[in-house]
Design a protein around this ligand. Structure first.
Ligand code: GDP
Ligand code: MG
Length: 689
């Protein structure tokens, strides 16, 4: 009979076992409980066991066999684990489910399945099938535990169990592809551990029988069409071990367990069991998610599609790894985000960004590259583009700040340059412009990240526009300053000749004034043009400035003439002219009137001659009309008051109205009359003396 009775653990053994439990008892986890629920604790436990960051450098072993055949006992002895062992003295049942515990000897995860006694009940077979599926999806080495006397018995439950294992395995690893050959990672080792080996039958006989039995079971499987030719050995490597009776020969048992353990721990041995080809290539940090997914699939009785499971796992894990890489990335980049937003240019930002990218991608590559490569590549692109788009706001911010700072520097350089003595404005602008552009370009190039389509040409164009605008503003100011200077010169050159001419009124007076005006105007324009050459002014700007200059020159003349034709000035001029004629003789000697002198006719002559001069002032009238200047148009932008009179041909040359002339004449006559009376009186008094 397959069920083994009469083996009762001694008290001493239990103590030994309990002692062990106390050592690593904390480390055991029920990954699937009696209600077939999957534990949420697997990943935390893997982390606690120090396996989470092992990548592929870990192994998985699980055990199969009838109930109460000493499986848990064997695992505990082999791996130092703490699985529950049935206590037959108290007939205590172990807790149903799938258990996991790390080996005390190396990075090995050990899984133990606990069902219930007796396979009669359908549910147990169901659980066995489920746990077989589950274990095979990750196990490298499957220990099949059986009594020596079970070998060769076909009616036993064990054979059914193995058939289950084979079927399940074909379902798992036989499905994909059109080849009947499994992929390297789809191979599993079956290690038969023959218990209570008495030794009367040679091991070679036992293994031969077992191998034959396996081949028979394999042959009896109903395989899918495309796997009809598949051989047992392309999916499984068979290996064997025997152990003596644990109760009857405890020392021998212990010795051989230690020997058997070496096959799990000593890589140098030829019979080392964890060969790379058995590894299911689930990275350790994905085991939790993967196993849970497998179990859910098993539960819903769906066909287990491992490639899909691995892709799902890859997606999930790559997302997690990507999120964690992004988190670190954001934490590093956070430091500069505020200053950039506040307008600061970060020195070496490009190097920093490259560093954050490299760190994030390095982290991602290290952990995620172990997963499904298509998914990994895709998720890597996603990550990269999300990191790039995250950095692009910093890039744009830096450009904006570079722009602002270079504009500032440019303005400063212009201000400084135009304060120096004898500066060349055009040179100052050109070199400041070059410097601003170069600095901007250097900064912009530094901050472009390789592999992006980031560009700064439009920002550069904006900068150039702004530089041009500022330069234009400065040039306008400069031109204005220059026009002002020339205007001062114009006034200096114009005023004295005009004053002189108008103080000696004559019909030729206007020719003198207008000739001087013409010369001074031409001089002013010439001096503007020669200075403006270095300013890079546009023709339009030159036109504006010249128009302004012409308007101002004309206005200067006109204002001077108005001043010279004010009532007081005209009266003074007339008085002087009159006195020169009346009170002085032809030789310029002051007259002393004598009684015989004809004061009256002298007076009348002087008065009339002087009065003849008055109308000359009323209007600018040169000897030929061609001497009259063309009137400039008023230049409003140069702050000239908008008085239309000086610029309107009908008024511009008129200085005194007829009424004004009349009133001046009257006033002058009165003054002249006074002079006559005075002259008379002075003669009478000189006679009286
Ligand atoms: P499992 O149900 O297969 O995990 O078996 P357990 O490890 O719980 O052990 C069931 C019973 O078998 C316990 O009472 C053990 O003491 C006993 N047992 C353990 N190892 C051996 C062994 O090597 N030979 C025999 N005959 N009994 C054993
Ligand atoms: Mg057990």
């Amino acid at each position: 009979p397959p069920t083994h009775n009469g083996l009762v653990a001694t008290q001493k053994e239990r103590e030994h076992h309990d002692g062990h439990t106390n050592n690593v008892g904390e480390g055991r986890l029920q990954i699937v409980n009696e209600h077939q629920e999957f534990s949420k604790e697997l990943s935390p436990y893997l982390s606690k066991w120090g396996l989470l960051d092992k990548g592929f450098a870990y192994d998985v072993v699980s055990v199969f066999g009838s109930q109460s055949t000493g499986k848990s006992t064997l695992l505990n002895r082999l791996f130092g684990t703490s699985f529950d062992v049935m206590d037959e003295s108290r007939r205590q049942q172990t807790t149903k489910g799938i258990w996991m515990c790390p080996s005390s000897y190396g990075n090995t995860l050990v899984m133990d399945v606990e069902g219930t006694d007796g396979r009669e009940r359908g549910e147990d077979q169901d659980f066995e099938r489920k746990s077989a599926l589950f274990s095979l999806a990750s196990t490298e080495v499957l220990i099949v535990n059986l009594w020596e006397h079970q070998i060769g018995l076909y009616n036993g439950a064990n054979m059914g169990l193995l058939k289950t294992v084979f079927e399940v395995n074909l379902g798992l690893f036989g499905g994909g592809g059109d080849s009947s050959k499994p992929k390297p990672q789809e191979k599993t080792m079956i290690l038969f551990v023959i218990r209570d080996h008495v030794g009367s039958t040679p091991v070679s006989n036992l293994t031969a029988t077992l191998t034959q039995d396996m081949e028979k079971i394999w042959a009896s499987l109903s395989k899918p069409q495309h796997l009809a030719d598949a051989t047992l050995s392309s999916y499984f490597d068979l290996s064997f071990a025997t152990l003596p009776h644990k109760v009857l020969m405890p020392e021998k048992f212990e010795e051989e367990v230690i020997e058997l353990r070496k096959r799990f721990t000593d890589r140098s041995r030829s019979d080392y069991v964890f060969q790379p080809s058995y590894h299911k290539r689930i990275p350790a940090d994905g085991v939790g998610f993967y196993m849970e997914g497998i179990w859910q699939q098993v539960l819903t009785n769906k066909d287990l599609d491992l490639p899909t499971q691995q892709e799902l796992l890859a997606q999930f894990r790559c997302d997690e790894i990507s999120a964690s890489a992004t988190e670190t990335f954001l934490a590093s980049s956070k430091v500069v985000r505020k200053p950039v937003e506040a307008g600061q240019v970060i020195e070496g930002l490009g190097v920093l960004m490259k560093d954050w990218l490299d760190t994030a991608l390095g982290k991602f590559d290290r952990d995620a590259s172990r997963y499904h490569s298509g998914v990994y590549q895709r998720k890597r692109l996603d990550l990269l583009s999300s990191l790039h788009s995250n950095l692009s706001s910093l890039f744009l911010g830096q450009l904006k700040n570079l722009h602002k700072i270079e504009l500032n520097n440019f303005t400063k350089n212009l201000s400084k340059g135009t304060k120096e003595v004898n500066y060349d404005f055009a040179k100052i602008v050109t070199s400041a412009q070059e410097q601003a552009k170069q600095n901007f370009l250097n900064g912009a190039k530094e901050v472009v990240v390789d592999g992006t389509d980031w560009e700064y040409t439009s920002e550069l164009e904006l900068l150039e526009d702004d530089l041009r605008n500022i330069a234009d503003r400065y040039r306008k100011d400069e031109t204005k300053k220059m026009v002002n200077t020339i205007e001062r010169n114009v006034k200096r050159q114009l005023f004295e000749p005009v004053e002189v001419a108008l103080s000696q009124p004559s019909p030729k007076m206007w020719d003198t004034v207008l000739t001087t005006y013409k010369e001074v105007s031409e001089d002013a324009e010439g001096s503007y043009l020669s200075k403006a050459k270095s300013y890079n002014c546009s023709d339009e700007e030159n036109e504006t400035a010249l128009a302004s200059l012409r308007a101002r020159t004309w206005l200067s003349l006109r204002r001077k003439l108005e001043e010279q034709t004010s009532d007081a000035t005209i009266l003074a001029t007339l008085r002087t002219t009159f006195e020169e004629r009346f009170r002085y003789d032809e030789a310029g000697v002051p007259r002393v009137w004598k009684p015989e002198d004809d004061i009256e006719s002298a007076f009348t002559k002087a008065k009339e001659e002087t009065l003849k001069l008055l109308p000359i002032f009323s209007q600018i009238t040169p000897s030929t009309p061609s001497l009259l200047p063309t009137l400039p148009s008023p230049e409003v932008s140069f702050d000239i008051e908008s008085d239309p009179i000086p610029f309107d041909p009908s008024t511009a040359f008129v200085l005194l109205s007829p009424t004004k002339l009349l009133s001046l004449e009257t006033r002058f006559k009165r003054e002249a009359d006074a002079a006559y009376v005075e002259a008379k009186r002075s003669m009478v008094s000189s006679v009286a003396q």
